[in-house]
Ligand binder design. Structure first.
Ligand SMILES: *Cc1c(COP(=O)(O)O)cnc(C)c1O
Length: 380
């Protein structure tokens, strides 16, 4: 699904040298590399504060802690996402409220969010799923109207851009009150272990969060709030510093691969290809960066998706099903309040979706081999 080794080979010299430098510096935790990466990411994202932490799940949890959400508060998020999003809501004793998604963008459905708002609702967590921004204008307007926080789960869309109706462009993760991301190796900006970060333009919130990631300490050995221990290692930070300048070209490579896939699937019945929001040819944008293709995910109509998965695996083609089970049907998150009719889209998507190999090192030959195998099966 990914080719991290091929990507590493191209930056090996720089990465190896800087990792060795960190080792000989002995500044393993909160060293100058972490600080430098933080500043470079702030400038890349055009956001006032980046707070590095240990992983993307922690980042979400810490964002919610920083906002002071309390047990019993309701937090609305998408039924069709990775479990980490809902997990941290539940862990903090908050009440997760799962809602359906849009069948085209796979992102949280604004109408469903509207219907789910109650007097107890405190926050909305849009996930920029598969690399495509959630509809932030509508979500921010709704949040303002109901006095809610917006926490963007940007684990799959770092480097992506959202263009507002008025033409303003912002990096995903920097639009809501707070955003989070993951540097898990297979993410668009991945390190060689675990890592994550929180983004905000709010000075006070950034200060609160900086204490939370460090055991609730603002002054050494004075613990003002209950915190956690969540740090980005200096070794991971130095690797991320080597990769950040490549992020735009990494995302462009992903988009090029996506374009080739979509070109190959043009006119094939029963295959629905993924698209961004802009009117670019094939729905794949080169201008506004609305989709950074963390995953390239097809919908298959009238097709036995699981049989296709087997068919591809037999030909040595990896593929993934993200996600096979809606969160509202997972044992840990099931709730009597949920009605199946409210999850019609997610219930359908879990049967139809398949994600093809997507990374920065895909070549034409591989894409040709993969698309032919898919088309042969679907048109048989
Ligand atoms: C990867 C991911 C996370 C969690 O990131 P980790 O670094 O693995 O903890 C959270 N949300 C989404 C949508 C993700 O894809």
């Amino acid at each position: 699904m990914v080719d991290l080794k091929g990507q590493y080979e191209k930056i090996k010299e720089q990465v190896d040298r800087s990792v060795l430098d960190v080792i000989s510096s002995a500044a393993y935790i909160n060293g100058p590399e972490v600080h430098a990466f933080q500043q470079e990411l702030e400038s890349y994202l055009d956001v006032k504060h980046v707070i590095p932490c240990a992983n993307g799940t922690d980042a979400l949890q810490i964002a919610m802690m920083g906002l002071g959400l309390q047990p019993g508060d309701e937090v609305i998020t998408a039924d069709f996402t990775f479990a980490a999003t809902v997990e941290v809501i539940a862990l903090l004793g908050l009440t997760p409220v799962l809602v359906d998604v849009d069948p085209v963008s796979f992102n949280i459905d604004v109408e469903a969010v509207k219907k789910a708002i109650t007097p107890k609702t405190k926050a909305i967590v849009p996930v920029h799923l598969f690399g495509l921004s959630a509809p932030m204008d509508a979500l921010m307007a709704l949040a303002e109207e109901h006095d809610l926080y917006v926490i963007e789960d940007n684990a799959q869309a770092i480097g992506g851009t959202y263009t507002s109706e008025d033409g303003t462009k912002k990096k995903t993760g920097t639009i809501g009150h707070v955003g989070s991301t993951s540097f898990f190796p297979s993410k668009n900006l991945g390190c060689y272990g675990d890592g994550g970060a929180i983004f905000t333009n709010d000075d006070e919130l950034a200060h609160t969060i900086r204490g939370i990631v460090n055991h609730g300490m603002y002054v050494r050995y004075h613990h003002d709030v209950v915190g956690v221990n969540s740090r980005l290692d200096s070794i991971q930070a130095t690797i991320l510093r080597a990769k950040l300048p490549q992020l735009d070209s990494y995302n462009a490579s992903r988009r090029n691969a996506a374009r080739k896939y979509t070109e190959a699937f043009q006119g094939i019945e029963n295959i629905i290809t993924p698209t961004g929001y802009c009117e670019a040819p094939l729905g794949i944008c080169d201008v506004c960066d609305c989709h950074v293709f963390h995953q390239y995910t097809l919908r298959l109509i009238n097709t036995d998706r699981d049989a296709l998965v087997n068919h591809l695996n037999e030909q040595g083609i990896p593929c993934g099903v993200y996600y096979p089970i809606p969160l509202h049907l997972q044992k840990a998150y099931a709730d009597e309040r949920y009605k199946e009719a409210d999850f019609a889209v997610t219930n359908q998507l879990v049967k139809e979706v398949i994600s093809l190999p997507m990374h920065t090192e895909l070549n034409d030959e591989q894409i040709d081999y993969i698309t032919k195998a898919v088309i042969t099966f679907v048109t048989a």
